[in-house]
Design a binder for this molecule. Structure first.
Ligand code: GLN
Ligand code: ZN
Length: 756
């Protein structure tokens, strides 16, 4: 039996790549120096996996920004506006990833979307009509050779053509069918090159197969792979799927001559069933994804061994694998000095998961009983003390606790009178730039070099400046700037009972941005107010309304590593009650507008439509309502989402019963607005008018144009003006210029609107 890893984290165990890339962006290091850092990270990852006894080690899973974008560049699918830039290939790549504004031009980034049901984001390739797929890049080949030079024959990993073409945006009149032949031929050419270099296996990642598939999808898949597999020569092809089961296409996949099929036993509810009922083709290897690539709890060996044994009994030639790329978990517990041994032993990050793979291999071959004993001891006994009060409070939630009164329409009138805001009211999403001094202040506090008093004083000074600035440029609804928060979820995790802190448990979210999801360890509750003091202070500095800023329960859950011993629903209810207490405290302390961010609401939406409501929305939306149903009619509830793809769940979003929703819109077309109209969306909306993921400063005209388009589709009395998301990752100067332009654009719109 062998072991395989689908993909490995790549930002470096101490985020070395992130820091190097950011320095490169600031021109503090050269391209060569950046590449040196990247190479060191790759080699480290291979050696680590080798030393841990992994048989099939991935290569090509490294990326400077994103693997889907790498694939576009590999095959020359580079939109003209980036190709035209007179800069190096790497800089064209970065321009496509996060925009370019400088001497050589001014281009926006490509759109970015969440990668299936994760908090990782991929860059959406754009395919123009005159684009042709050509194998022009060498990145995965170079990386294979690099590993080979280190004495390691890796398994190259590549984003498969089916997933790639389905995720790409065709900006002209062509569609995926127009690229079937070209795709088949470039992928075949790539396989051949890998073969020439000495690769035994090549892994084609096709997570798109776990979604609902139409008969068209299936025949497109078959068409593509018949061609590719007929030209694969001696190279073995592994079709790797993850994030669910492949029930719609299992038989078609089994009928194709893949050498290996990778299936997810963790999120794939039907995977085991499919294999047992439909059978598994002989002379193929099953790569069984049994070690969870997404959560950080220890693998329960007894359960896993049962699965492996049933596969063996069915005569299936099995490779033990992770359930998905380990990209979605942090590097190693070795970096966690603050978790006690008694607690840490319950967890496995990427490095520790490598050990699990090896131990499971040993155990299924009848060796290593000591590992089994050790594993059993972890799961024996009570892990923690249950909080009976929390459990009781959840049980006593009543139906009416989910409903806010009065109805939306009535509240809207009351609130218009309460706030008398102009048309096109302006606001931001909450955070202001997290400059070096802001971060240093926070780190100082946790290290003990900054006293509690100094910490507060510094933040108050920041808040004061932030409020002054917003007043000066003329924003209507202000924020305090969120200087006390490292991250919208980790901050709440750190202040709630039942959560654990980590130090270095970073996970890549997009490009150079990493998040540190907190761990839910026990029952969650709030012991004392969390944000009230900061918000009250900010409000004391101005007559304009200052929004209280909270993160919603679904997002807190989705961006934490959840427990596996109770349901997600119950964990979310516990969090919702805690945040509800905070909402009511803000209100009773004079905060009249409260934003409850649900940036990640869509993230865990099941990948199959048939599961959307029953498995998720039926408890996720009520959890949000539970948070705000207790406020007065005049208190305005905002919510925010980091994307605009909710066309398909518009009724559910409207049912959250918020008063205003802001969302990302500048990088996507505004089709969402048509759908809002068609669905009689009643919640007021603030579609973001500029992209905050990029340092680019939008002009006044550009924002006016965006707003004009919006007014064609949204009732002006329901329209808000705001950026796409919080400004924490931006520099101060660019954020200030952008906001200035935003306010100016709103006033241009007001004067037009008033003279019309
Ligand atoms: N209020 C948060 C902020 O502005 C929202 C962040 C987010 O949606 N990701 O930072
Ligand atoms: Zn956001």
């Amino acid at each position: 039996m062998k072991t395989s890893v689908i993909g490995f984290p790549r930002v470096g165990s101490l985020r070395e790549l992130k820091f190097a890339t950011e320095r490169y962006f600031r021109s503090e290091i050269t391209e060569e120096e950046l590449c040196d850092t990247a190479r060191a990270i790759r080699i480290d990852a291979w050696k680590k996996q080798k030393a841990s006894g992994i048989d099939l080690i991935p290569s090509g899973d490294f990326s400077f920004y994103d693997g889907v974008l790498d694939t576009a560049f590999l095959f020359d699918l580079i939109p003209d506006r980036y190709r035209q830039l007179d800069v190096s290939v790497l800089d064209k790549y970065f321009a496509a990833a996060h925009g370019y504004q400088g001497e050589k031009g001014d281009v926006k980034a490509l759109a970015m979307k969440k990668w299936f049901n994760t908090n990782y984001h991929y860059i959406v390739p754009e395919i123009e009509d005159d684009a042709h797929m050509k194998l022009v890049g060498t990145k995965p080949l170079d990386e294979f050779s690099e590993a080979k030079n280190e004495g390691i024959i890796t398994k190259p990993v590549i984003c498969g053509p089916f997933t790639f073409l389905n995720l790409a945006r065709f900006v002209g009149s062509k569609d995926r069918n127009d690229y079937m032949d070209e795709a088949a031929s470039v992928y075949t050419a790539l396989i051949k090159k890998f073969g020439d270099l000495g690769a035994e296996w090549v892994q084609f990642d096709e997570p798109y197969l776990v979604r609902d598939l139409s008969t068209d999808d299936i025949s497109f898949f078959e068409g593509l792979y018949k061609k590719i597999l007929s030209g694969k020569g001696n190279v073995k092809i592994l079709l790797q799927t993850y994030f669910g089961d492949i029930r719609d296409i299992y038989d078609a996949v089994a009928a194709l001559p893949f050498n290996g099929i990778g299936l997810d036993f963790v999120e794939g509810r039907k995977t085991a069933d499919l294999i047992m009922k439909n059978g598994f083709p002989e002379d193929r290897k099953l790569f069984a994804g049994v070690v969870n690539g997404k959560n950080i709890w220890r693998n329960h060996y007894d359960s896993t061994l049962k699965i492996l044994k049933s596969l063996k009994d069915a005569g299936i030639d099995t490779v033990i694998s992770t359930s998905c790329s380990l990209l979605h978990v942090p590097y190693t517990l070795e970096n966690e000095s603050r978790l006690s041994e008694g607690i840490a032993r319950h967890f496995a990050y990427a490095y520790e998961k490598l050990d699990e793979l090896r131990e499971l291999k040993g155990l299924s071959e009848g060796a290593d009983d000591e590992a089994l004993d050790r594993n059993r001891r972890i799961f024996d006994g009570n892990r923690y003390q249950a909080d009976e009060a929390v459990i009781k409070r959840v049980k006593s939630i009543k139906e009416e606790d989910y409903t806010r009164k009065p109805l939306f329409e009535e509240r809207e009138k009351i609130q218009k009178a309460e706030f008398s805001l102009p048309v096109f009211p302006t606001t931001t999403i909450g955070s202001f730039p997290q400059t070096k001094d802001v971060k240093a202040n926070r780190t100082g506090l946790s290290k003990g070099t900054v006293t509690e008093e100094q910490y507060e004083k510094f933040n108050r000074e920041k808040i004061k400046r932030c409020i002054r600035f917003q007043e000066e440029i003329g924003l209507d609804v202000l924020v305090h700037g969120e200087y006390e928060r490292n991250d919208m979820v980790e901050y709440f995790g750190a202040n709630l009972e039942g959560y654990l802190f980590t130090e270095k448990a970073w996970v890549q979210s997009y490009g150079t941005r990493c998040v540190k999801p907190p761990l839910i360890w026990g029952d969650v509750s709030r012991k004392k107010p969390i944000t009230v003091e900061w918000s009250v202070y900010a409000q004391s500095l101005t007559d304009k309304p200052v929004k209280g800023m909270l993160t919603g329960p679904v997002t807190i859950l989705n961006w934490s590593f959840p427990r596996e011993d109770i349901s997600l629903k119950e964990q979310t209810q516990q969090i919702a009650l805690a945040i509800r207490d905070e909402v009511l405290d803000l209100e009773s302390n004079g905060i009249r507008i409260i934003q409850i961010d649900e940036a990640a609401l869509r993230e865990k939406l099941p990948l199959r439509k048939s599961d959307w409501y029953t498995e998720y929305l039926d408890w996720a939306i009520p959890a949000f309502k539970l948070v705000h149903s207790g406020v007065k009619p005049s208190t305005q509830i905002h919510t925010h989402m980091c994307y605009s793809e909710f066309t398909d769940i518009i009724p559910a979003i409207d049912n959250m019963d918020a008063d205003v929703i802001t969302f990302e819109a500048s990088r996507s077309d505004l089709m969402i607005l048509d759908s809002l109209k068609e669905n009689n969306f009643r919640t007021e909306v603030g579609p973001g008018v500029y992209d905050i993921h990029s340092p680019r400063v939008p002009s006044v005209d550009e924002i006016v144009e965006a707003l004009k388009k919006m007014t064609e589709k949204v009732d002006v009395h329901k329209l808000w003006v705001n950026p796409d998301c919080g400004l924490k990752t931006r520099g101060e100067a660019e954020a200030e210029r952008s906001l200035n332009n935003l306010v100016k654009a709103a006033s241009v719109m007001r004067s037009r609107y008033e003279t019309d």
